[in-house]
Design a protein around this ligand. Structure first.
Ligand SMILES: Nc1ncnc2c1ncn2[C@@H]1O[C@H](COP(=O)(O)OP(=O)(O)OP(=O)(O)O)[C@@H](O)[C@H]1O
Ligand SMILES: [Mg+2]
Length: 431
C-alpha cells in the first residue's frame, strides 16, 4: 500500500446493478474505487496496479471468482493482494472454498451496507498495518545487515590490530632479549674492570705487603734457629724450645692472615650478600694498608662509633671501596712533609637510617670544580693511575643503596663520605 494516498479498492462483478450498489455503499469512505466486469479484466488491472483490496464476485461467466483468486495467489507479484469474496450462495462449501484459495474474508449478497463498509474498513486497516509492519521489518533487516557489515569490518580491524600487537610484542621480546644479553655483557665487563681495579690497588700495596710478610718470616727463621739451639743443649731446654715453637706457630698464622686478606681482594668472586659490620671492614682494610702507611710515614687513625647497626652487602666489594679511598688518601698525603701525613677513617651514624664511613686526609685537597669529575671513569691526575677507582667505588656504593661523595674545604685535605643504609634487623652490640 502506497502511503499518503487513499486506499484503492477494486470491485469485480459482471452485474452492473451490483457494481452500482457497491459503489453507492462505499461512497463517502476515504478510498478510490476501480471496477472490472469480468475475471480477465480484473487480472489485467491488478497486474497494472495492485489494489489494497479486491471485492470479488464468486459467480461470473467465463473465468469465475475462484479462478481469478487462484491465479492471483499463484503469482508472487499479486499473491499479497487481499481478496474479499462476494457470494449469493448461502452454502458454506463455496465460502470455505474461497477461504481455502487464500481469500481473507467473504460477504454474502445481498449485502447489509454497514456490514460491507465495516468489513472493507477492517481489511484495509489490516492491510495498512501489515504494510507498516513489513516496512518496519525490512528497515530492521536493513539495519541488521548494516550491523553485520559493521561487525564484520570491526572483526577484521580487531584481527588486524591483534596481529599488529602480536608482531610488536615479538619485536619487543627480541629487543628485550638483545638488551638482556647486552646487559649481561656490560655486567661482565664491569666485573672485569672492578677486578682490575682491585688488582691495581693491591699492586700499589705489593711492596709493603711483601715487606710485611718478611717480618713474620724472619721471626720464624730466628725462632727455629733458637729452638734448634735450645734442644741441642745438654740437658735440652724443652721449656724455652716450646715457647720458641709456639712463637713460630703464631708468626705463621699472622703471615697466613696477610696472604688470606690479599687473596680475598685478588679473587674473582661471585657476589655474596650478608650482614656486615663496618668496623670489621675498616679493621681488615687498614691492616692491609698498615705497612704501606708505616713505610710512607703516614699515620692512619681509626675512629669507630660504638653500637653501629650492620649494613647489608658484599664484604669484598665494600672493602674494595675503602681500599680505593685509602690508597688515594695515602697517595694524596705522600706529597706533604712527614709530620703532616695523616689519614683518619671514621664510622658514625648518619641521618635517616644510614651509617657513614669516611676517609679524611691531610693532602693537598681537591679543587671545587673537580669534586664531581673525579668520579667519572678514567679521570686521573696520576701518571700511573687508571682513573677507575672512584668510579667503581661509587657504582658499588650505589648498588648497595648508598651514596659516595667528596668534600673539601679551602686549605683542607679531601674527605670522602660513604652513606650506606643500615640493616635494622641486626644491630650490633656496643663495643
Ligand atoms: N684523597 C684525594 N685527594 C686529592 N685528590 C684525589 C683524592 N682521591 C682522588 N683524587 C683525585 O681523583 C682522581 C681519580 O681517582 P681514582 O681513584 O678514580 O683514580 P686514580 O687514583 O687516578 O687511579 P686508580 O684507577 O688507580 O685508582 C685522582 O687521580 C686524583 O686526581
Ligand atoms: Mg685511586
Amino acid at each position: 500500500m502506497v502511503p499518503d494516498r487513499p486506499a484503492l479498492v477494486l470491485l469485480v462483478d459482471d452485474d452492473p446493478a451490483s457494481l452500482k450498489l457497491l459503489s453507492e455503499a462505499l461512497a463517502g469512505q476515504p478510498l478510490t474505487l476501480a471496477v472490472a466486469v469480468d475475471g480477465e479484466m480484473a487480472l489485467r488491472q491488478i497486474r497494472r496496479e495492485a489494489p489494497d483490496l479486491v471485492l470479488l464476485d464468486a459467480m461470473m461467466p467465463g473465468m469465475d471468482g475462484f479462478e481469478v483468486c487462484r491465479r492471483l495467489k499463484a503469482d508472487p507479484a499479486t499473491r499479497d493482494v487481499p481478496v474479499l469474496f462476494m457470494t449469493v450462495l448461502a452454502d458454506p462449501t463455496s465460502r470455505v472454498r474461497g477461504l481455502e484459495l487464500g481469500a481473507v474474508d467473504y460477504v454474502t449478497k445481498p449485502f447489509v451496507r454497514e456490514e460491507l463498509v465495516a468489513r472493507v474498513r477492517t481489511h484495509l486497516s489490516i492491510r495498512a498495518a501489515a504494510g507498516a509492519l513489513s516496512a518496519a521489518v525490512s528497515a530492521l533487516s536493513e539495519k541488521n545487515e548494516e550491523l553485520a557489515r559493521a561487525r564484520a569490518s570491526l572483526e577484521i580491524e580487531v584481527a588486524r590490530r591483534t596481529e599488529e600487537l602480536r608482531a610488536a610484542n615479538q619485536r619487543l621480546e627480541r629487543e628485550l632479549e638483545l638488551n638482556r644479553a647486552a646487559e649481561l655483557r656490560v655486567q661482565k665487563a664491569q666485573n672485569e674492570l672492578a677486578h682490575l681495579n682491585r688488582v691495581s690497588a693491591m699492586s700499589e700495596l705489593a711492596a709493603s705487603i711483601a715487606h710485611e710478610l718478611s717480618q713474620p718470616l724472619a721471626a720464624i727463621l730466628s725462632n727455629a734457629q733458637a729452638a734448634d739451639r735450645l734442644l741441642a743443649q745438654t740437658p735440652p731446654d724443652i721449656v724455652d724450645a716450646r715457647a720458641a715453637l709456639s712463637d713460630i706457630a703464631a708468626d705463621d698464622r699472622r703471615a697466613g692472615m696477610i696472604i688470606q686478606r690479599m687473596r680475598a681482594m685478588l679473587r674473582k668472586g661471585e657476589l655474596s650478600v650478608a650482614a656486615l659490620d663496618l668496623g670489621e671492614i675498616v679493621r681488615e682494610v687498614t691492616r692491609l694498608v698498615a705497612s704501606a702507611a708505616l713505610l710512607a710515614g703516614t699515620t692512619v687513625r681509626i675512629e669507630l662509633a660504638p653500637g653501629l647497626p650492620c649494613v647489608r652487602g658484599d664484604g669484598v666489594q665494600l672493602q674494595q671501596v675503602l681500599l680505593n679511598l685509602l690508597v688515594n688518601a695515602l697517595d694524596a698525603v705522600s706529597r706533604r712533609p712527614p709530620e703532616a701525613r695523616l689519614v683518619v677513617v671514621r664510622t658514625r651514624p648518619a641521618d635517616a637510617g644510614h651509617v657513614e664511613l669516611s676517609v679524611a686526609d691531610s693532602g693537598e685537597g681537591i679543587p671545587q670544580a673537580d669534586l664531581e669529575r673525579i668520579f667519572e671513569p678514567f679521570f686521573t691526575s696520576k701518571t700511573h693511575g687508571l682513573g677507575v677507582g672512584l668510579a667503581i667505588s661509587r657504582s658499588i656504593v650505589e648498588a648497595h643503596g648508598g651514596r659516595l661523595w667528596a668534600e673539601c674545604g679551602p686549605g683542607e685535605g679531601a674527605t670522602f663520605r660513604c652513606a650506606l643504609p643500615a640493616w635494622n634487623e641486626d644491630t650490633l652490640p656496643a663495643e
